[in-house]
Design a protein around this ligand. Structure first.
Ligand SMILES: [Zn+2]
Length: 534
């Protein structure tokens, strides 16, 4: 043993994600890398006088836990907003706004959502004066729970130029008192009067947003996130945070490719290469092929079962997907294309095929791969295309998915098992903040049981598509690492791999344990970046 270990975890269940030896009892870490994995006697040989030894007491440890599709910046934005859901009075809402205001620079816009006057004793819309009393110096704009009205303080009304003389815009209404003065609530299209006045997000606010999201996900055990659809300004902030050593989480990013000019700028430069010391890597371009199933925007080969004249729609023409894919392939960029419906998935696979993917090591991805024609299932492996899927989407969508698709089409819906059996690379993710962040009680649990956290439906929805625990863990670890070109140094627990480890508060003998498990420790590159307080 060359190195004295900095840290040894012993006496637990180490998931190695190495098929020949799937479990070990102990792991030793030195210089940010794993130096030994195995039984305790083997690993304790790396112990020196300064080694910290953590007694696991049977707890489980997962390596390289990754969310393969998420919106970290989007999560930060959601966390940054004042959440007024459930607040029982206008005054109570205002108190929450005031508490948030104390943590921000004076004068910065305070945004939030979730109030509902039906919960207030008088059932009436709130008034700007209630907000003015507690937050006078900063503009305040709080959207109603349904997003169809907003509540402003006097500062925000003034910023939007809303006065007694402002006419109601078409499709909108300014709530007024008996003198005609605005009371502070703007309905539907009138909301834009204030929303147009909200300044673009500053770099400082972006930084704060990302750091808040980072803390949130580290506390839930993630050591890497595949960050989808970020713009150039967000990329810049990530780069600054990484250079300053303030990014502790690994962020593997895909830039938003909706805009042609942005795509040209990306393709003109070189993609980043994944590296153990890097905390931010921009290597991918993300496009959207279609919309979502819930709103019937997903592009289907045959009409929706519950809307026979609608087959959904493509939001990016196939020619554009193919053109960008061909150039990305030549320049070493990775593609990720959102595809929900079976038509969208087929056209993305066609675009990748026509672009020349077959036989090349490109690791191009289909994000969601939610509804597949059965003859497209084997094409993932044949073309070397990654299926990046979100188990919790299945358990969120199951109450209405059959109505949209009909029973026959469900055979290719959320079909993880089918893809895996056909040899595809299957990556697990959550799409947070659309779904919850929790990888253990969320993604792994849904992948293994196909039940919601309440245990519905008993036995699981379309249970033939369930994964074993080890298959599910692989999707959230080794496969995610492979899909980010990291497999040489990350993805499983073995000597030489970086020490990205998540220690749970219990072993995982069955699916019920996934639901109850909490995260005790999160380690990235050998450093403890989260430790649960008890
Ligand atoms: Zn997404």
């Amino acid at each position: 043993m060359d190195h004295e270990a900095d840290l040894i975890l012993r006496g637990g269940t180490i998931f190695t994600v190495v098929p020949a030896r799937p479990r070990a009892r102990a792991v030793a870490i030195a210089g940010g890398r794993i130096v030994a994995v195995g039984d305790e006697a083997e690993v304790l040989r790396a112990r020196g006088p300064h080694t910290r030894v953590v007694e696991l007491g049977g707890r489980a440890v997962l390596p390289a836990l990754t969310d393969g599709h998420a919106h970290l910046y989007g999560l930060g934005r959601a966390l940054d907003q004042v959440d007024l859901r459930g607040c029982p009075s206008a005054e109570a809402c205002a108190d929450q706004v005031a508490a948030a205001a104390r943590e921000r620079p004076a004068g910065e816009w305070l945004l939030g959502r979730g109030w509902d006057q039906n919960r207030f004793a008088d059932g009436r819309f709130p008034n700007h004066a209630v907000l003015d009393k507690v937050v006078g110096g900063s503009p305040v704009w709080m959207r109603r729970v349904d997003g169809h009205a907003g509540w402003a303080n006097a500062r925000a009304l003034a910023a939007g130029g809303v006065t007694a003389h402002t006419a109601d815009p078409p499709g909108g209404r300014i709530e007024r008192d008996s003198s005609g003065a605005p009371t502070g609530v703007l309905v539907d299209n009138a909301m834009q009067l204030v929303e147009h006045a909200i300044p673009p997000v500053t770099a400082a606010a972006r930084e704060r947003t990302i750091l808040a999201a980072q803390s949130y996900v580290l506390a839930r055990g993630l050591t890497e996130v595949h960050e989808m659809d970020i713009d150039a300004a967000t990329v810049e902030v990530y780069r600054q945070l990484a250079a300053a050593g303030r990014l502790q989480l690994r962020v593997y990013a895909f830039a938003d490719g909706a805009d042609d000019a942005a795509v040209e700028r990306l393709l003109a430069g070189a993609p980043d290469r994944s590296a153990p010391e890097a905390r931010f890597t921009l290597r991918g371009i993300k496009l959207y092929a279609d919309g979502a199933l819930g709103s019937r925007g997903a592009a289907l080969l045959a009409p929706y079962s519950d809307e026979p004249k609608n087959s959904g729609l493509m939001v990016t023409p196939p020619e554009r997907m193919e053109r960008i894919a061909r150039r990305a392939l030549a320049a070493g960029w990775q593609m990720a294309i959102h595809a929900i419906g079976d038509r969208a998935n087929k056209l993305v696979l066609d675009a990748y095929e026509h672009a020349g993917c077959r036989g090349r090591d490109h690791r191009f991805r289909v994000e969601h791969a939610q509804v597949l024609a059965l003859d497209d299932v084997p094409r993932f492996a044949a073309l070397g295309v990654v299926a990046s899927m979100q188990p919790t989407h299945a358990t969120s969508d199951m109450p209405w998915a059959e109505a949209r698709l009909g029973a026959a089409r469900l055979a290719g819906a959320y079909a993880w098992r089918r893809l895996l059996d056909a040899g595809a690379s299957l990556v697990g993710g959550s799409d947070f903040p659309v779904e919850k962040v929790e990888p253990i009680g969320g993604g792994l649990y849904a992948a293994v049981t196909r039940m919601d956290p309440a245990g519905q439906p008993p036995g699981g929805w379309l249970p033939d598509q369930r994964l074993s625990l080890d298959e599910a863990v692989r999707a959230f670890t080794a496969e995610a690492a492979w899909a980010a070109f990291e497999e040489a140094w990350r993805g499983h627990a073995a000597p030489g791999q970086v020490a990205d480890l998540t220690v749970l508060d219990r072993d995982l003998p069955d699916a019920a344990a996934l639901l109850k498990a909490e995260v005790d420790l999160t380690i990235v590159g050998g450093r403890i970046v989260y430790e649960r307080q008890r």
